[in-house]
Design a protein around this ligand. Structure first.
Ligand SMILES: Nc1nc2c(c(=O)[nH]1)N[C@H]1C(S)=C(S)[C@@H](COP(=O)(O)OP(=O)(O)OC[C@H]3O[C@@H](n4cnc5c(N)ncnc54)[C@H](O)[C@@H]3O)O[C@H]1N2
Ligand code: MOO
Length: 389
């Protein structure tokens, strides 16, 4: 059995290479840029009025002569002589000969005579050409994640496609004779299958949408054939259940028969002890324990960071934080523990129902505490390592 630290570092040194792809801009939401994006235009592309008002060719007097109007989108060019003004609207192109825009509230217009209520400085209310970004500058650099603002920014530069890192496809293979699909009656001895939908939800929540699911009975050949199929159809495989030492746990043997290299099997952690990580060519396989809380914990600690890294996304948000406990807590375990907990008002509270079969308090938690194994007492205020989830 290896330590959590060693297990994480083994997985980290076996990350499959990232691949690039070009996507239409909207489809690239939440993807990570694989190349710098260069702006092909100045933004704004012309000197732009920031106010509804009057563009002026400034002279010494506060009185100007009005010669016309420019609306947003108008492309005709007008020449203003010194002392002339033109009505202008927010977003409209300011004539080259105008050197300030006075907002409408600070003027009085009588027929064609415009009087400013106060003097105005040069370039007031004019957005300079290329103020936000200039032609041929980097708009967004490689490794930035495209959020809604980034999509809007690039769209504003006329960009319709971007090079991003591919997000891996994930196969979820669920094992167990006891599992029944929702909407069916529960016979004695059966339970509703919930790991596949839970893992799909976790993947979707982390931005991984390319998911295939497979169900197998506790049968060696079935397990082997389904893993083989899942390997041809996905980049990463998550297997739920069948990885412990029971007579009907066939996952380890099936992986061995498929020549999957075992990176590690069994980790000194609770929940999730029987976790297995394997590799074949550039595909990673995680055999997650069937107990639902164990499966999800292993997803957050091992799988999600790897999926992010393959997708070019750094795991800053997955970093371990040190936070104080809001209460005393007694530790009594031979395995290091991941505990369902809540991080509220900068303090951590351990939740009840920690068993690896239970999701009821996991559903309410926003972090996992990682505690070293041993018998010891943590006092209120003690610092503990947490992973935000
Ligand atoms: N003799 C030993 N027995 C067990 C050990 C051990 O070291 N020696 N380890 C225990 C630990 S720890 C864990 S964790 C489990 C892991 O077992 P498996 O990964 O083989 O999982 P299963 O036996 O298939 O299922 C465990 C548990 O979870 C329920 N389950 C499974 N799949 C689903 C699903 N898709 N949706 C909802 N619930 C699921 C299943 O019914 C079982 O109750 O092994 C211990 N045993
Ligand atoms: O490792 Mo298991 O997840 O404790 O029940």
């Amino acid at each position: 059995m290896i330590s959590v630290k060693d297990a994480v570092s083994i997985v980290n040194s076996n990350i499959p290479p990232s691949k690039e792809t070009e996507l239409p801009l909207l489809e690239a939401l939440n993807f990570c840029l694989a190349k710098d994006v260069i702006s092909e235009i100045n933004m704004p592309p012309f000197r732009q009025s920031a106010m509804d008002g009057f563009a002026l060719n400034i002279h010494e007097s506060l009185v100007y002569y009005l010669i016309g109007e420019i609306k947003a989108g108008d492309s005709h060019k007008i020449e203003l002589k010194s002392g002339e003004a033109i009505k202008i609207f927010t977003g409209a192109a300011v004539p080259d000969s105008a050197n300030a825009v006075m907002q409408i509230e600070k003027t009085v217009l009588t027929n064609e005579i415009l009087e400013l209520k106060e003097p105005i400085l040069l370039e007031t209310n004019i957005r300079p050409l290329g103020e936000q970004i200039k032609k041929n500058e980097i708009a967004l650099s490689k490794n930035n994640i495209l959020n809604a603002a980034a999509i809007g920014f690039l769209a504003g530069l006329g960009i319709t496609k971007v090079s991003v890192y591919k997000k891996p496809s994930v196969g979820i293979l669920v094992t167990g004779n006891e599992l029944v699909k929702p909407r069916n009656d529960l016979e004695y001895g059966k339970i509703y299958e919930s790991n596949s939908i839970m893992l799909q939800a976790a993947l979707l929540d982390s931005g991984f949408k390319n998911i295939n699911t497979y169900n197998v009975d506790d049968d060696f050949l079935n397990t082997k054939n389904s893993i083989e199929k899942a390997l041809t159809e996905n980049d990463i495989i998550l297997i739920s259940g069948g990885i412990s030492v029971g007579d009907y746990d066939f996952v380890e043997a099936a992986l061995a028969e498929l020549k999957v290299e075992t990176l590690f099997y069994k980790v000194n952690q609770k929940p999730g002890k029987p976790l297995l990580a394997g590799k074949i060519e550039d595909k990673l396989i995680f055999a997650l324990p069937g107990n639902p809380a164990a499966s999800l914990t292993c997803y957050y600690i091992y799988v999600k960071p790897i999926l992010n890294q393959i997708s070019g996304i750094s795991n800053k948000e997955n970093a371990v934080l040190q936070k104080q406990l809001s209460h005393d807590f007694a530790v009594n375990n031979t395995r290091s523990q991941f505990l369902k907990a809540n991080f509220i008002d900068n303090e951590i509270s351990v939740l009840s129902h920690q068993a690896s079969s239970m999701l009821n308090t996991f559903a309410l938690s926003n972090c996992l505490i990682h505690l070293p194994e041993g018998n010891y007492e943590l006092k209120k205020g003690s610092k503990v390592s947490i992973y935000l989830i």
